[in-house]
Design a protein around this ligand. Structure first.
Ligand SMILES: C[S@@+](CC[C@H](N)C(=O)[O-])C[C@H]1O[C@@H](n2cnc3c(N)ncnc32)[C@H](O)[C@@H]1O
Length: 472
């Protein structure tokens, strides 16, 4: 059966150098259980059809509220995916997240009803994302290949093999009527910007002049930025090591080096020996702001996966306690510090509690609190589809509780650095201002709100920094 034995392998096209209302994004139809986990399609593991089904499964899981990294881990295991297939599934799933508003609107225009089961809809989202690359990005596959492989993918799934003709019809119609369909779809904000409407509104309210560039930055591909461990190497020497390895890079911060193109960490010189860590240039501002000196007692209160903990220990010989409420994520702090050859006292605990504390005040506290993560959507394009408007308020309430609790653990004259990866003032500046008033805290110089940017010499995520000192 030719349908079941496609010979096409995953070879993306070489890259050059350089109306009907759309469905709501959280579909209102009931999410039925579907054979997506525990199901391995009878397709060659190196075919695009196999990768499309894997990515479609991730889109379906997202509709159930599952974050993309967890959805990917589930499908990799269920599909027994090879390294090559994992790469292809991940690439398509991330493209689908960045194009979900647009492809949902297109499906709403072309399908008579919301595709069932959700994984079938996910297959259309993924195939359309491949057919309709964002402006300026080359298409990764020939259009006829995408259509052919999407139809094969549908045919290979027992729950929607019957819909393969519909998949073929929708994708071919998109090819034929692309311009008029896009003209209709793009009248709607979520399709135009690829964010939920509430997110677009919140960004416009907070940044009346910059909202468009902020939304655009959030759809860009994030750079891979490294932090050079100054205990082990200087930035100039490390740049030379990268050049020797044939990896183009430039310095974008005191210890930050941005790679021209992302590579697997296994290929990064010195990664396994702790010479470098992967960390956004904006996140690398945290540890130096703490003004650390040897011998200080330091608390990293929301520490996982440990990016900033590692940086703190690279800068000074401090007595670090790192806590996080998520025991699984805390294991990653141990792994990361182990790779760097550094150590800290670790505790799985809520930063709003004191049960874990020995009562000895800290000289420095880093509060990198949980937030909507609206400033790091270029790295996590699924976040916008998972968050609800009400999350901002709930997370801001928890952060206030955390900050009030941590303040009691700080010694007089000590410093507390409040960090979020949010763009919303309710979680950042408004929170900082209210905190300073509640506690009569002295506010020291800190960057405040950093908007996400991918400018050549200054590339960072959207982060917020406020530094407080306790009166002596
Ligand atoms: C922004 S991330 C921290 C990133 C980390 N500082 C780094 O640089 O790698 C926020 C962390 O807060 C943790 N968290 C959430 N609620 C918490 C709470 N109530 N107490 C402590 N940690 C919490 C989450 O598990 C998450 O790991």
């Amino acid at each position: 059966m030719t349908d079941k034995r496609p010979t096409l392998t995953l070879k993306p096209r070489p890259r050059p150098a350089s109306a009907k209302p759309a469905p709501r994004l959280r579909q209102s139809y009931e999410v039925k259980p579907v054979r997506q986990l525990g199901f391995r399609p009878d397709l060659p593991a190196d075919s695009l059809a196999f990768a499309l089904l894997g990515a479609a499964s991730c889109v379906a899981r997202l509709r159930e509220g599952v974050a993309l990294p967890q959805a990917l881990a589930g499908v990799f295991a269920a599909f027994e995916a090879t390294a090559q297939a994992r790469g292809a599934i991940q690439d398509i799933a991330y493209r689908a997240m960045r194009q979900l508003g647009r492809t949902d609107a297109l499906i709403g225009l072309m399908a008579s009803k919301a595709p069932e089961p959700p994984m079938l809809g996910g297959l259309l989202n993924c195939a359309l994302a491949l057919l309709d690359s964002p402006a300026g990005e080359p298409a990764p596959y020939e259009a006829f290949t995408v259509v052919d492989q999407a139809v094969r993918a549908a045919a290979a799934h027992p729950d929607f093999a019957h819909a393969k003709a519909m998949v073929n019809a929708v994708l071919r119609r998109f090819q034929r009527e692309r311009d008029s369909l896009l003209a209709s779809a793009l009248k709607q904000g979520p399709a135009q910007w690829n964010y939920p409407q509430w997110w677009i509104d919140a960004t416009r309210d907070a940044y009346p002049s910059d909202w468009k560039s902020i939304l655009t930055e959030g759809n860009a591909h994030p750079p891979m930025t490294l932090r050079v461990n100054r205990r082990k190497a200087g930035v100039a020497d490390y740049l030379a090591a990268l050049e020797n390895a044939g990896i183009a890079a430039a310095q974008v911060g005191p210890s930050a080096v941005r790679l021209k193109q992302a590579v697997n960490v296994a290929q990064v010189p010195g990664f396994h020996d702790g010479v470098v860590s992967v960390q956004d240039a904006g996140a690398q501002l945290a540890a130096p702001l703490l003004d650390l000196q040897d011998g200080m007692r330091v608390l990293d209160a929301c520490a996982a996966p440990g990016g900033k903990s590692g940086h703190i220990l690279e800068l000074a010989d401090v007595d670090l306690t790192a806590i996080d409420s998520d025991p699984e994520r805390l294991k990653r702090v141990a792994d990361n510090l182990g790779r760097l050859g550094l150590s800290a006292k670790l505790a799985a605990a809520g930063a709003q509690d004191q049960g874990w504390w020995d009562g000895q005040p800290f000289d420095r506290i880093l509060a990198d609190v949980p937030c909507t993560a609206s400033g790091i959507v270029r790295r996590h394009p699924d976040i916008r589809w998972l968050r609800r408007k009400s999350d901002t308020h709930q997370l801001a309430t928890l952060s206030a509780e955390i900050l009030d609790n941590l303040w009691q653990m700080l010694r007089p004259d000590g410093k507390l650095l409040f960090v979020t990866c949010s763009l919303w003032p309710q979680e950042s500046e408004a929170q900082a201002a209210a905190f300073a008033v509640r506690h009569g805290a002295i506010r020291l110089d800190a960057p405040g709100q950093l908007l996400p940017t991918s400018a050549a010499g200054q590339d960072h995520d959207g982060l917020f920094y406020a530094l407080f000192q306790k009166r002596a």
